[in-house]
Design a protein around this ligand. Structure first.
Ligand code: ADP
Ligand code: MG
Length: 249
């Protein structure tokens, strides 16, 4: 498949004259897993904010499956098939892992039905598949509050996947995780990449090495370079940006 799922043209986002994104051009194929790296303040989160409609472009445009997202509301963009995982997990702590997943699986169909009916067999299967995908079968009946930080991250990724997005945006999923959990999340994202288009923003280079195919480097709101992890790591411009940024990180 080489149809573009996302094309970004000459995108600028200004905050009171400060260009968080500056004439950014970007595109990715359907089915691709793309990792975006860049020093703090490079514009990575703003990049996701503008794709999801949280922030409006000052100039330029975002095309999702060929459709211009200008003036499209955030919830509408979500409905078109863009799902976003924020940095901190947003799960219902007092509900069990399974209940969290039940909630999103049912919400898709009929919100009222969730209140009065037992989950249907197909939905039940769906939840079990999701539990398996995110590796939380043994924790299904535990309140989410009792999960480790990494397990919460995986649960929330499962809740996103339940909504069957075409494009999944994941912002720094392994920040603050143990090495073991980092690897688990990495494996989960790799598994999801088999059936989704994914953008992963990440700081942790070890993790990027684990999952990266093609990497885009963002710097001062523009694309600095793109390529394999090896190409990017050996690019003198990237080395300079990262060495220069090390002290204020
Ligand atoms: P990153 O995620 O790469 O660390 P951000 O996208 O969060 O970078 O921020 C890029 C730049 O834009 C930073 O200098 C940040 O201070 C600025 N910025 C982000 N959001 C806002 C906002 N709502 N108002 C003003 N400045 C902002
Ligand atoms: Mg950020």
């Amino acid at each position: 498949m080489n149809q573009k799922i996302l094309v970004i043209e000459d995108l600028t986002v200004s905050f009171d004259g400060f260009k968080a994104l500056n004439n950014l051009n970007f595109s990715m194929d359907t089915g691709e897993l793309r990792v975006i790296i860049g020093p703090n303040g490079a514009g990575k989160t703003t990049f996701l904010d503008v794709i999801t409609g949280k922030v409006q472009p000052t100039q330029g445009r975002v095309l999702f499956k060929g459709r211009n997202l200008a003036k499209t509301a955030e919830h509408e963009i979500a409905r078109l098939g863009i799902g976003r995982k924020f940095q901190t997990p947003r799960v219902y702590l007092n509900l069990t892992v399974k209940e969290n997943l039940d909630l999103v699986c049912n919400r898709q169909k009929n919100p009222l039905a969730t209140l009065w009916q037992q989950p249907k067999a197909a939905e039940h299967r769906n939840v079990i598949n999701l539990l398996e995908t995110v590796g939380l079968v043994s924790k299904a009946e535990l309140p989410a509050a009792l999960l480790s930080h990494g397990e919460k991250q995986r649960l929330e990724i499962g809740m996103l996947v339940a909504q069957s997005p075409d494009l999944l945006l994941v912002d720094e999923p392994v920040a603050g995780l143990t090495d073991e959990e980092t690897e688990n999340v990495g494996n989960l994202l790799l598994a999801l990449a088999e059936s989704h288009s994914l953008i992963v923003i990440e700081h942790d280079m070890e993790f990027v090495r684990q999952i990266a195919r093609k990497v885009s480097v963002l710097h001062q709101g523009s694309l600095l370079c793109e390529g394999s992890m090896e190409q990017v790591q050996n690019d003198p411009r990237v080395i300079e940006v990262y060495l220069g940024a090390q002290t204020d990180d």
